[in-house]
Design a protein around this ligand. Structure first.
Ligand SMILES: Nc1ncnc2c1ncn2[C@@H]1O[C@H](COP(=O)(O)OP(=O)(O)OP(=O)(O)O)[C@@H](O)[C@H]1O
Length: 594
């Protein structure tokens, strides 16, 4: 579908329906809702009382026979104003409170939902764009839920009240006004839709711009090393320009909406007033009554005018709510069965693949694994080697059940992993990736990532076993030092040892290790190897191997190519076979391997 037709498709839907998703969140806070409702009605009633007092003053207050009356009218007016002030401030407080509360809940819910989605969702969507939805879209809802809903509700109530009082004051003038209302409202609603679809368009462009920016910022070393600052900036500026153009279109629509609203409302009012003036001149109506009617009409028209202004904002929020609903209604592609099979507290760690064929959802028709048969016994140490793109990482992805294969079965402890709770399965597997992600948290928290609630002693013991205690203790605040963004930067070897400590602390029966390809200095290399040796003892381990030392120690080597296992055996057996492995070993390790 082209973007244009998507935009039009959305515009045809009822404008505010997406906001209904906020209702369950609002209903959680009934007391605050009730408080807001009472304050809203009280403020509206107080405002609507003012014209009554004005009429009394015009028609009777200036009467010289009763000079005390004017004092009591003014005192009464002060009382009304006091009620108005209190009720308005309470309304503002409650409605803003609700807005902040709902958005906080919504953010937490959307994030929780995101963390449960399948990895394929993150293949399809850019992380920067998702983050922008989590922040920009919820902020937009907050702005509306806070201020604008308060304004809209107040004006709705005021409008209804003003119309009712106009009818009471002068039925025949009101009849004229009521005739004018559809003429005003219908064009505004139609226009509101256009504003909404344009606003969604603008938000999407903004999400794209922030996605691009966060990618570029995250990869600034690469950007600068390729001296691509200029082209990256130009590209970002172009995306920003597009976002600006989209926002300008949306704002132009809103500006036109405002102009249309004001003109329609006030021109109708002038026409009605002219009629009323004729009535006063001919003595059919008192000047006070026309004054009272006039003030109600001004209140009513003002309310409608303000409504037309916030309508655009509310339509914006509906666009944001729609995008968040899309995330919330995204079903995880991999989920737990209704009655998952329980793994024993200490799984043995046997892994099996039987005729497994798998192609990535986004990877076209080319299968990444084809008819793979494999059994790995508990405690076995298996090295996987093969050229780039052979399917080594895919094997890990399927064992972790990040994706389900199109055919064949993956088993863990002889149970089809589709019958296990994915969380339970992943709890039994520790992974040491090639590039370790260090979170912006303390060193201790980074290690305890795999097992929240681990004690300080356990964290330290894991770090000692991972050969990481030395450099961690030497940091300015030891284990409490902030790492990652804005914290201490670690070397490649140090990051790997943090990853190993994480895996040691997790203490899972299965270890998936993607050996780093980057060269470490000799000292780091020894430390990492020692740490890994300790980690692999007593666990089923599968290692995507890039080092001869690792391969030599493996019980079995799997050689992969083009999504299949083409050879298996020990290093010596495979070298003697003079097949793909022999060639790879020759290339990678040279004479060392012979
Ligand atoms: N998330 C993904 N979406 C689509 N295709 C993918 C994805 N990940 C990998 N592929 C494709 O699947 C095939 C196997 O990739 P895989 O990452 O398993 O190879 P590998 O043997 O681990 O390679 P390397 O040693 O370079 O990491 C490749 O053709 C790759 O392009």
């Amino acid at each position: 579908m082209t973007e244009r037709s998507t935009e039009e498709g959305r515009a045809r839907r009822p404008a505010l329906r997406p906001l209904a998703m906020l209702l369950p969140y609002l209903l959680r806070y009934k007391a605050q809702l009730a408080g807001a409702g009472v304050a809203l009605v009280a403020a509206a009633l107080a405002t609507l009382t003012v014209p009554l007092a004005v009429r009394q003053m015009i028609d009777h207050g200036f009467n010289a026979d009763n000079p005390g009356a004017i004092n009591s009218y003014f005192l009464g007016l002060i009382g009304v104003v006091a009620v108005l002030a209190t009720a308005s401030s309470l309304r503002f407080y409650f409605v803003t409170w609700l807005g902040e509360r709902v958005v906080a809940d919504l953010r937490a819910d959307v994030f929780r939902h995101l963390t449960g989605l399948g990895i394929d969702y993150f293949d399809r969507n850019r992380s920067g764009e998702i983050a922008s939805r989590l922040t920009a879209d919820t902020t937009q809802i907050k702005a509306v839920a806070g201020a604008n809903v308060s304004i809209a509700l107040r004006n709705l109530v005021m409008f209804a009240g003003a119309v009712a009082m106009m009818v009471v004051t002068s039925p025949h003038l009101s009849a004229l006004v009521l005739l004018a209302i559809p003429l005003i409202v219908l064009p505004l609603v139609g226009f509101g839709r256009k504003v909404r679809s344009r606003s969604r368009w603008a938000q999407d462009r903004l999400a794209e711009a922030s996605a691009y920016a966060s990618e570029a910022i995250g990869a600034m070393r690469i950007v600068q090393s390729f001296t691509a600052e200029g082209s990256v900036s130009t590209r970002f500026a172009a995306v920003v320009e597009e976002a600006f153009a989209a926002a300008r279109r949306s704002t132009a629509a809103r500006a036109a909406l405002t102009a249309l609203g004001i003109f329609l409302v006030f021109s109708s009012m002038v026409a009605v007033l002219w009629w009323g003036a004729q009535d006063v001149l001919s003595g059919r109506m008192s000047a006070g009554t026309l004054g009272q009617f006039l003030i109600y009409a001004v209140i009513g028209a003002g309310a409608l005018g303000e409504l037309s202004q916030v309508w655009g904002d509310i339509a914006n929020a509906a666009g944001a709510a729609e995008r968040l609903s899309e995330i919330l209604s995204e079903a995880p592609s991999v989920s737990a069965p209704t009655a998952p099979v329980a793994l024993p507290p200490r799984a043995s760690g046997r892994i099996g693949l039987s005729r497994v064929t798998f192609a990535y959802p986004e990877g076209g028709r080319e299968a990444a694994l084809r008819e793979v048969d494999l059994t790995i016994e508990p405690g076995e140490r298996v090295a996987v080697v093969g050229p780039s793109g052979a399917g080594k990482s895919t094997l890990f992805n399927l064992i972790l059940r990040f994706y389900d294969p199109q055919s064949g079965v993956v088993t863990f402890d002889d149970v089809d992993i589709k019958r296990l709770d994915p969380t339970a399965l992943r709890r039994a597997i520790a992974i040491v990736p090639q590039d370790t992600v260090i979170f912006a948290a303390s060193a201790a928290e980074n290690i305890a990532f795999g097992r929240s609630g681990a004690s300080e002693a356990e964290i330290r013991a894991a770090a000692v076993a991972a050969q990481a205690d030395g450099f961690l203790s030497a940091l300015p605040q030891g284990y409490a030092t902030e790492l990652g963004e804005r914290g201490v930067m670690l070397s490649g070897g140090q990051r790997q040892r943090i990853a190993i400590a994480r895996a040691i602390l997790k203490d899972a029966p299965v270890l998936l290790l993607d050996e780093a390809t980057s060269a470490l200095d000799a000292e780091s290399e020894v430390a990492v190897q020692t740490a890994l040796e300790g980690l692999m003892v007593g666990r089923t381990s599968i290692v995507i191997a890039h080092r001869l030392a690792t391969i030599l120690k493996a019980d079995r080597i799997l050689v992969m190519d083009g999504g299949t296992i083409v050879e298996t055996g020990t290093h010596d057996e495979l070298v003697r076979r003079s097949g793909l492995y022999a060639r790879l070993a020759e290339l990678q390790f040279g004479s060392e391997a012979a």
